[in-house]
Structures are given as structure tokens and as C-alpha cells.
Design a protein around this ligand. Structure first.
Ligand SMILES: [Zn+2]
Length: 178
């Protein structure tokens, strides 16, 4: 099993965040890249050819016609919240040193405190699971998934200056969500 990780560069400014992940489309593109760093791979048959259905959250394999949701197997699945909200939550959670209260998170995200609590609870849970499963497998791929603009550091090693990450996508080695 490999995990594609979501990371935000340490010290990323609000302005940078808005520039890179300010729209739903940008978040979708980022999620796609994390899930399929080498391009779409059908989790059923392994084919790469696909078409995009509707609003770019559903992909259909051209070979076996399987339909794959962009968020399937991720913490974003079965949520009605926009990806933007999740990304913003991850940003605030990973950037705040002493942790962030659900009240403060709610204020920043523009959601209810209850929703903010659920979001942070889910993200923290995934982070803790991730922490518990060291050493890091799939680290090389992870480096490709670093976000925040530049790809600094060496592949295959933890690049310096990165904040603890949030594992947001969990897939099998074949890229099949579970
Ligand atoms: Zn297929």
C-alpha cells in the first residue's frame, strides 16, 4: 500500500495558498496529481486511457469502462464540502504551531464549528495513522507530491523545511483506493 500525501510548505503565506489552491479547479488538479503522479491509471485494469465525465471528478477508463471518482479512497470522499474547504483546513492545521481550535478553524473556513470539528478530527486521525506507520513507504513518490511551488530537496529523501504532512489519499500500490 502506498499513500500519496498532501503537504504544504512550511511558512506558506495565505497569499501563496490562495494563488495555488484558491479555486476548486486548482484543488482538483492537485488531488489528481497526488493520486496519479504519472497520469491516470485505471484501478481495475491498469489502463491509462480515460475520459473525463462531467465536472472532472469522475474518470472513465476507455478500456474497461470503469468509473473512478477523484475522491474515492481519500478523506474527501463522501463529503459535501468543496475540496477548497478541505485544502484550506489542511493548510491552517499544518501551519499553526500550537494547533487550531475548531472555533477558530470554523471562522477561517466559513463553516459551522461542528463542521470544523469534524474536518479537523478526520484530518488529525489520518495524520496520526500516518505517524504510526513509520518508516515512510513510497517516500520517493511523496517527494513528487510536495506542493507549495518549487520541488526543492532531493528525491527519495525528506526535503528540508517541510511541515508534518497530512495523508489525505490512501491507495493500494496499483493506485486502487480502499
Ligand atoms: Zn479499466
Amino acid at each position: 500500500m502506498s499513500r500519496n500525501l498532501v503537504q504544504f510548505q512550511k511558512g506558506m503565506s495565505d497569499a501563496d495558498f490562495d494563488r495555488w489552491y484558491g479555486t476548486e479547479e486548482q484543488c482538483r488538479k492537485a488531488l489528481f496529481t497526488w493520486r496519479w503522479p504519472k497520469g491516470f491509471i485505471c484501478p481495475v485494469c491498469g489502463a491509462g486511457k480515460h475520459s473525463v465525465i462531467g465536472t472532472r471528478v469522475l474518470y472513465q477508463c476507455s478500456a474497461c469502462r470503469s468509473q473512478v471518482s477523484l475522491t474515492a479512497g481519500t478523506v474527501f470522499h463522501s463529503t459535501k464540502l468543496p475540496l477548497q474547504t478541505w485544502f484550506r483546513a489542511m493548510y491552517h492545521i499544518t501551519q499553526s504551531r500550537g494547533g487550531i481550535s475548531s472555533l477558530e478553524l470554523a471562522r477561517r473556513l466559513g463553516v459551522t464549528q461542528n463542521t470544523a470539528w469534524k474536518i479537523s478530527h478526520k484530518l488529525m486521525q489520518v495524520m496520526h495513522e500516518r505517524e504510526a506507520k513509520k518508516p515512510l513507504k513510497g517516500r520517493v513518490e511523496m517527494d513528487d507530491a510536495y506542493i507549495g511551488g518549487k520541488r526543492e530537496g532531493k528525491r527519495g529523501r525528506g526535503a528540508a523545511g517541510k511541515v508534518p504532512f497530512v495523508a489525505a489519499v490512501e491507495t493500494t500500490d496499483a493506485g486502487k483506493p480502499h
